[in-house]
Ligand binder design. Sequence first.
Ligand code: FCB
Length: 465
Amino acid sequence: MATTRTFPDGFLWGVGTSAYQIEGAVDLDGRGTSVWDTFAATGHVRNDDSGAVAADHRRRMADDVALLAELGIPSYRFSVAWPRVQPDGVGPASPSGLDFYRQLVDELLAHGIEPVVTLYHWDLPQALEDAGGWPERSTAEHFARYAGLVAGAIGDRVTRWTTINEPWCASMLGYAAGIHAPGRTDPAAAVGAAHHLLLAHGLAVDVLRAELPATAEIGITLNPYPVHPLGHSDADRDAARRVDGIANRLWYDPVLRGEYPDDVLDDLRSVSDLRHIRPGDLEQIARPVDALGLNYYRCYHVAHDPGASASPSPWPGSTDVHFAEPASTPTANGWAVEPEGLYDALVRLWRDYDPPPLYAHEIGGAFPDEPDAEGRVIDADRIAFLDAHLQACHDAVATGVDLRGFFVWSYLDNFEWAEGYAHRFGVVHVDFATQQRTPKASALWFADVAATNRLPNGDGPAAAP
Ligand code: FCB
């Protein structure tokens, strides 16, 4: 018998993007240089791609919002580019930079689309990196002032706010592994960056609370990775404990409990003296939040492997870990399809942390979408992917998890960081030569799920009851 899975009333359905991945127009609004402009310009991105043009969204914003409305997508998650608002990350705001986000919000609201704002999705002003970047405490203080500028401009019209997106990536990929901007490979710097990103979140919560109406929903967006040991040995289990510590508990525990886990601090002491953690910081980081965003992509399967730590790694203090290749057929960028990990991540948070309401802020996969002879993109693989992850969400809700929304990553094909334009995550295809947008089959499928608030059995459009 076909089962139709209905989501709770008021469930928020949306699609997401981030500024550097779609905006382009790096020369408008007096925008300053970001660490991603520099990273791309210095040969760190596949094919020497950059976000200089990307999906040209800064110029095409009105059309992009109109297309969201035409598709019937109820909510849109986007990020504000810090260097478009404050070119050097300090000082007064650029009026035209703020105007762009005012117009975007007005355009969304005029079309009945709910805006969800992320203040930091990795495009740190280069001037702040030159002054030390996230390993410097002052960067967190600058971020809080920037948050206040954005809140002052659009706070009367935006209810849902995320401070920082995926601080694990920003700190560990950016400062330890060096595969994201700013490309540093200094484990101690990464540990400092992690703390200051958390502190930036906590400081910004206070600023946003002071600036925004009481109805505002303020949170942070983290990226859980369930971690599984490959074998049963104590050494494999310890490898899983350590990776879980840095991937998950390093973020959950300070934000939701006001403490760092002792075992994680012990691991991190092998690379850092931890002197950047000052009295009162954890209290600041643990300011109550109204929502927690989760971006889930996959699990890690790990084993103890002496000698596996030759190159810079995003797991400071966690040496000798081997990461297994996915057992299932990977998506186009090599990530496995593991929807059960989403269920596990949601249930673990609910069971262990007593979190605020949860939102799946990014769920999506890269597939080799190409338009067919008629110009259509029939991405049945992405529909199956989203369907499986939505089933996992529905199961989690049935278990008791207070999950309030689901956002597909991504609205548009875009600049996928160090991978450039090699992988397509959008439910709308972008021809980067012409900037033509073509909704893929998944966009129509998802819009139907959103409109009916339920998931059909099978991968066709949602059926009538
Ligand atoms: C997440 C990022 C997002 C996108 C997806 C594929 O980690 O938040 O910008 O790159 O991965």
